[in-house]
Design a binder for this molecule. Structure first.
Ligand code: NAD
Length: 261
């Protein structure tokens, strides 16, 4: 006797055929990873970014009017989205040229800006695109968190750098991502009855140009012994975006090689 229904099996092959997917912050390092994965799974992808790019809807996620306009364009050209990947975010990379501060001197403005883009921007996009999904009675929202939603950044990862005061991962970054995970639960509870699932995908650090000392220190802390590769993130994203996760909502899927275990 068949244990798995045809509908469940259909989620394996081109699981997003006929679906419309929005990806915010589409022009950075991970945006194209999400966009490509969704497109390969059959979705029509609408990239949104602060910056201008080919085929990209230009909108600042902190700007309600800009997002409303983007939504109108998407509705007119494609219809109501089925998938929203809230990926736009800001962080301060440990580049040698970056300004560093003693923690007591970090400008409150910098702290607020990180919360504004990462947390309020996610809220704003959920309000605009998510409410349309709620009205349509279906949809999957994937909020991109971080391992730093759950644990504090390790200052020793950066203490080999030639910076005075020493580089610190911004306190606001993890705080904003913890907020994103809680927001995920909020909307999962609110919109579950309307058929909209809301989950978080929290990647560990993704490899790309980090210096060898950082890599050694970081990798030693990861049970799976390495940073994430873009390909490690594809399966988890497609799982959350598609009906493969149709009974999953309010979940934070940590894709960090066990760092937070
Ligand atoms: N790269 C990693 O190692 C890593 C690890 C964990 C989590 N993340 C998270 O994944 C997401 C993507 O990270 P990334 O490495 O691609 O970052 P990135 O800086 O390379 O790209 C971010 C993109 O967001 C856009 N953006 C910034 N502010 C915006 C705004 N106000 N409105 C619209 N777009 C805006 C930028 O223009 C850029 O294209 C972020 O939320 C980040 O916190 C990244």
């Amino acid at each position: 006797m068949r244990q798995v229904s045809e509908t469940a099996l259909a989620t394996v092959d081109a699981p997003l055929r006929g679906r419309i997917a929005i990806v915010t912050g589409a022009l950075g390092k991970l945006g194209p990873v999400w966009a490509e994965a969704l497109a390969e799974a059959g979705a029509t992808v609408v990239p949104v970014d602060l910056r201008d790019g080919d085929g990209v809807l230009c909108a600042d996620v902190t700007d309600r009017a800009a997002l409303d306009e983007a939504r109108e364009r998407v509705e007119a050209e494609h219809g109501t989205p089925h998938v929203l990947v809230n990926n736009a975010g800001v962080d301060q990379p440990p580049a040698a040229a970056a300004t560093t501060y003693a923690v007591e001197d970090v400008p409150l403005e910098d702290f607020r800006r990180t919360l504004d883009v990462n947390l309020a921007g996610t809220f704003n996009a959920i309000q605009v695109f998510g409410s349309a999904m709620r009205d349509a009675g279906r949809g999957s929202i994937v909020n991109i968190g971080s391992l730093y939603a759950s644990i504090a950044a390790e200052p020793r990862f950066y203490d080999h750098m030639d910076a005075d005061p020493p580089f610190l991962k911004p306190a606001a970054y993890g705080a904003s991502k913890a907020g994103v995970v809680n927001l995920t639960r909020y909307f999962a509870r609110l919109w579950g009855p309307s058929g909209v699932r809301v989950n978080a995908l929290s990647p560990g650090g993704v490899r790309g140009g980090q210096d060898p000392d950082f890599l050694r220190k970081y990798n030693e802390r990861v049970p799976l012994g390495r940073m994430a590769e873009a390909d490690d993130l594809v399966g988890p994203l497609l799982f959350l975006a598609s009906d493969a996760s149709r009974y999953v909502t309010g979940h934070e899927l940590r894709v960090d090689g066990g760092f937070t275990a």
